[in-house]
Design a protein around this ligand. Structure first.
Ligand code: GCB
Length: 542
């Protein structure tokens, strides 16, 4: 950094030579992407500096943290002139302790955000979504006692839903404590003794009503340590596979899914709050879905929590997308860091049933070693969920489709993106192909579909018409009905979304038009075909 650079945090008063003035510079709303807040920033990829003054008085003996829910892509944080740290990755939370840096009175926070894409990044240079830059999610201060409850996990045992188990983790000097765990509705009131690392675990016999999509039951949970108290709402469920079946709470379950980007309805900016999220999730429910794949990166926490209350299951994914730098250990570490941040934030959300480690990555030994290592890491942190990736199908001989990916042996489900009738032949190719699979695991189509501009009717032989898209889905569903191992379908995608790759004037206008809703929320004809399929597959057909 230049000695009189932005990190010095100056206003220009005429007496010291410098080339910026924080005091009179334009402002941006936080949380929010910068692209949709200013025409000048719409295509911008690079560095922006933020500054924010705040008044604070820290209660003596307490600790203070600053938490960023997400900022895309690299974030450098300074408080009162001191560097707090650098975070890489645009979709997961991070925090710094500022107990010793905060001043009683006026504080100045300076943040440098750079959304330039990087070859060794996660994601890397090429993505089919808008690279929204900036502090896209909330930033806040968290004051805690000197020893506080940093983390806890509460769930039912994956093999026995009559056993509520978990752990608590304290942070601070007084590690040896008795922590009380209370779930009043279940009459659970247990004491957990923490060890010299502040860790304690528990296992309690109980009979919780299990969370499911028709009855998304959540229980109030209260954890109380000597000086701290945390409240949450937690649901209980089991998820497993048995051969080609997915079992939710021990019963065979069909995932009637939809893919969604974290992009707002109507004005297509980064979504970052419960009200915006709820519109998207309700659109999914209106289409008969019980499951949402949050593509292609962890969405804001409210997205997951709102879905949990609405009875929607979730697939949550890290942005390992397309051509990652597989040989690079730094890139591996970055992927693992984002995986850990994703799981650490959401491991108590029972509606998340799948952690996905990648999307559409071309098969080669370096990539398979990288992803196998990552899958093992995910399992070692969390044994209460399925591990998946969106793979790709192969045509091994004309009209014979299968999976040849060695990851089929590593992952819990056979999930893959297939675009027969769009990138792969005409729509009636669906009628002719046969499918076989290398192992007996549940088959989940993690993407399929095509593009249509809302209101563009014409010939069903013409791409981007609503007629073509609707017939494409009809052919797809007839084909998918012939796959006995089919355990879920996730059409691509809920709504039209911004993408720099989609350039046909008058049709795409920088939007990927594969939405079943337009970006303005209008239902395309294919919406009704997808809805009918979902209702049939979930036994809810009218
Ligand atoms: C895919 C990608 C997704 C794209 C989609 C498309 O396979 O996973 O990110 O947006 O295809 O529309 O081409």
């Amino acid at each position: 950094m230049r000695p009189n650079g932005f990190a010095r945090d100056r206003d220009f008063d005429g007496t010291v030579l410098q080339d910026y003035d924080f005091g009179s510079s334009p402002t941006l709303h936080v949380p929010g992407d910068w692209n949709t807040q200013s025409d000048k920033l719409y295509y911008y990829e690079g560095i922006l500096w933020y500054r924010r003054h705040f008044q604070y008085t820290l209660e003596s003996g307490n600790r203070l943290f600053i938490r960023f829910e997400a900022s895309n892509y690299e974030t450098v944080v300074f408080l009162n002139g001191k560097l707090l740290g650098v975070h890489e990755g645009g979709y997961t939370p991070f925090e710094y302790e500022i107990t010793d840096n905060v001043i009683s009175g006026d504080n100045s926070l300076v943040v440098r955000v750079d959304n330039k894409r990087r070859e060794d990044g996660v994601p890397t240079l090429n993505t089919d979504w808008w690279n929204y830059g900036g502090i896209t999610r909330s930033v806040y201060l968290v004051q805690t006692p000197s020893t506080f409850i940093r983390d806890y996990g509460i769930h039912v045992n994956p093999d026995n839903d009559r056993l509520v188990e978990g752990y608590v983790q304290l942070d601070g000097g007084e590690t040896d404590q008795t922590v009380n765990i209370s779930i009043p509705e279940l009459k659970i009131n247990a004491k957990v003794q923490t060890d010299s690392n502040g860790y304690g675990s528990f296992s309690i016999n109980s009979k919780p009503v299990l969370w499911d999509v028709d009855n998304p039951k959540l229980y109030d949970v209260i954890l109380t340590s000597k000086d701290d108290k945390v409240k949450d709402q937690i649901g209980f469920r089991t998820i497993k596979t048995d051969g080609t079946k997915i079992l939710l709470n021990g019963k065979e379950f069909f995932l009637a899914g939809i893919n969604a980007h974290e992009e707002t309805a109507f004005n297509s900016s980064r979504a970052n709050n419960a009200a915006q999220d709820a519109i998207l999730l309700q659109w999914a429910k209106d289409m008969g879905c019980n499951f949402v794949r949050l593509a292609h990166y962890p969405h804001n926490e409210d997205m997951v929590r709102t879905a949990e209350k609405m009875g929607l299951l979730i697939w949550s994914e890290i942005p390992l997308y397309w051509g990652i730098d597989w040989k690079n250990e730094k890139t591996y570490q970055l992927a693992e860091q984002q995986l850990e941040e994703m799981i650490s934030r959401d491991h108590n959300r029972c509606n998340i049933i799948i952690w996905s480690i990648a999307n559409e990555t071309a098969i080669n030994p370096d990539r398979t070693a990288f992803l196998t290592r990552l899958a093992e890491k995910a399992r070692s942190i969390d044994n209460t969920r399925l591990i998946a990736a969106a793979m790709q199908n192969r045509e091994i001989e004309p009209l014979h489709m299968t999976l040849t990916d060695p990851l089929c042996d590593v992952l819990d489900i056979l999930s893959f993106n297939e675009y027969i009738g769009w990138y792969d032949g005409p729509k009636d190719k669906c009628d002719k192909v046969k499918w076989t699979f290398p192992v007996d695991k549940p088959v989940v189509i993690s993407e399929f579909g095509g593009g249509a501009k809302y209101g563009n009717f014409g010939s069903s032989e013409h791409y981007f018409t609503e007629d073509y898209l609707d017939e494409l889905y009809e052919h797809q569903f007839q084909m998918l009905d012939r796959i006995p191992a089919l355990a879920g379908t996730i059409p691509w995608v809920l709504k039209d979304f911004r993408s720099p790759h989609r350039l046909i004037p008058g049709i795409q206008d920088e939007f990927n038009r594969k939405g079943l809703y337009s970006d303005q929320g209008q239902k395309k004809k294919a919406f009704y075909t997808v809805r009918a399929w979902n209702l049939r597959k979930t036994g809810k057909a009218e």
